[in-house]
Design a protein around this ligand. Sequence first.
Ligand code: MN
Length: 176
Amino acid sequence: MPRLLRLRTDKSPKECTIQQLSAEKPLKQYRSKRDFQRTTEPEGEAAAAISAADKIFVIQEHHSRRLHYDFRLERDGVLKSWAVPKGIPETTEDKRLAVETEDHPLEYAKFEGEIPKGQYGAGTVIIWDKGTYTPKVWDEKMVEFTLKGEKLKGRYVLVRLKRAGEKSWLMLKGKD
Ligand code: MN
């Protein structure tokens, strides 16, 4: 039965999401897909410290069965993740499919290397870009933010594609 433990004065109401109320433990799906005896990917801390500092983002070039770019934004102590098969949009005309994937631990932002054969996502992972971001909108339908990376700088938007299924989004580059 839910009960009030304390008021969180360190969080704004905008940072509260419906997912936080779900019973599923963070990173459950991430951990269930991987054998940490075999892969060098991080298992993730039980509870990541929530910092008020700038939130991080990372884009990992992942040479698995099919090359794709894993786009990850720090949120609620985990990395919210999307797989972008054709890469990050370069112009305001580009529309790139982004498939939502399971939350990853914060430490994953530093991961580079080889995921062994037979393991989930087997293949090479390279950090393509990293930095911080500022969210502008974050709701069920849309995520809008500004990236401050080494390669990428400026506004981007992720828009949920309702018809194409729950996990499909479009990634667009905003006008700066
Ligand atoms: Mn991947």
